[in-house]
Design a binder for this molecule. Structure first.
Ligand code: NDP
Ligand code: OXD
Length: 321
């Protein structure tokens, strides 16, 4: 226990995010706990909780009183990538704010492709006045969502409101109002054959690594109203075989892609994705985690856990998400 505070300390271990804004919000919301960027030695007994984004490998390994790890992201591959991860509960970020931001991104990108945004922006640059009168209605298009979890389910509901048909694919069977649900290896074929725009909101796990590859693209239909399918990946870059995506775009197997995430982030300045005419690229910005919406529920959970109440939004270590 820290001398100056009545409760166990919080370790804030972040890579690639501004630590000060997270520190400020944690300090404001958890005034009875000291918050530190580094433990006092690797066996610091005063630390009870860790709030992390891409924590330094080994940073959590030997903390003897660590009770739980809180991920600043909905995805937890950044936590599992630590080979010395201690065996304590991991809580991931689930919030209305994060979900709403992701659904905005999905709706934005689906509509942009559906309403020929890339084509009309190019025409504007070239001063070409030419309307495509074969524009299908939303009701003629099926959006297939890979990953029907917190984010996928909300995006599905919002796409349904606009009039799209929506299907989804998950690991375990699901029933979602108005959504044609497929699950597991057996459900993948019909799912891929039945959609025109694919939105990827899967976690990165050993089972999903590089799932977005040529074999999968070959199973997608090319007979829908859009011709070749469109890929929108806002899940993780590790889901992508990037050479296969480029080849599929170049061969016409995919007609376009929106990629928010990449195998290597930041994306190398010489990556072909920057200038590919069929690619819309965003810098892992689909749904930003913001301290004001995530820290208060984390601190509430710490207090509840100290009272012996169960943690929510726990990661299933075996499933990897
Ligand atoms: P959830 O855990 O709620 O949902 C994950 C979904 O993926 C579930 O439907 C799950 O199936 C499904 N799934 C997992 N493994 C498989 C598999 N092997 N085969 C088929 N389906 C599978 O996660 P969230 O919806 O909260 O987040 C999804 C991901 O989005 C995060 O892991 C993160 O990587 C990414 N993300 C990206 C952001 C960005 O800014 N780009 C921001 C936030 C999140 P089941 O329902 O059966 O469990
Ligand atoms: C997340 C992310 O996982 O921002 O929440 O990528």
């Amino acid at each position: 226990m820290n001398k100056n505070t009545s409760k166990g300390r919080i370790l804030l271990s972040l890579t690639g995010l501004d630590p000060d804004v997270w520190m400020r919000e944690l300090t404001r919301r958890a005034p009875e706990r000291a918050v530190v960027f580094e433990p006092d030695g690797e066996a610091d007994a005063s630390i009870e909780y860790a709030v992390v984004w891409k924590p330094k490998p080994g940073a959590l390994a030997k903390l003897p009183n660590l009770k739980a790890i809180f991920s600043i992201g909905a995805g937890v591959d950044h936590v599992f990538s630590d080979p010395d991860l201690p065996d304590v509960p991991i809580v991931r970020a689930v919030s209305e704010d994060l979900t709403a931001r992701m659904s905005e991104f999905v709706v934005w990108q689906v509509l942009d492709h559906h309403r020929l945004g890339p084509r009309y922006r190019k025409q504007q640059v070239e001063r070409i006045w030419e309307e495509d009168r074969s524009q299908p209605a939303a009701s003629e298009i099926t959006v297939g969502i890979m990953g029907l979890g917190e984010l996928g389910t909300d995006a599905a509901a919002k796409l349904r409101c606009i009039g799209f048909n929506v299907s989804g694919w998950s690991r375990t069977p699901k029933s979602v109002d108005g959504v044609t649900c497929h699950a597991g290896a057996d459900g993948l074929g019909p799912f891929l054959a039945g959609a025109d725009i694919f939105v990827v909101l899967l976690p990165l796990t050993p089972d999903t690594r590089e799932i977005l590859a040529k074999d999968l693209f070959a199973r997608m239909t090319r007979r829908g109203p859009l011709g070749a399918p469109i890929l929108i990946n806002a899940g993780r870059g590790g889901l992508q075989n990037e050479a296969d995506i480029l080849a599929a775009l170049d061969s016409g197997q995919l007609s376009a892609a929106t990629l928010d995430v990449f195998q290597q982030e930041p994306l190398a300045t010489d990556s072909p994705f920057w200038t590919h005419p069929k690619v819309t690229l965003t810098p892992h910005a689909a749904a930003t985690s913001v301290p004001i919406s995530l820290i208060a529920p984390m601190v509430t959970q710490m207090e509840a856990h100290d009272r012996g109440e169960p943690l929510v939004n726990l990661v299933d270590r075996k499933a990897g998400y």
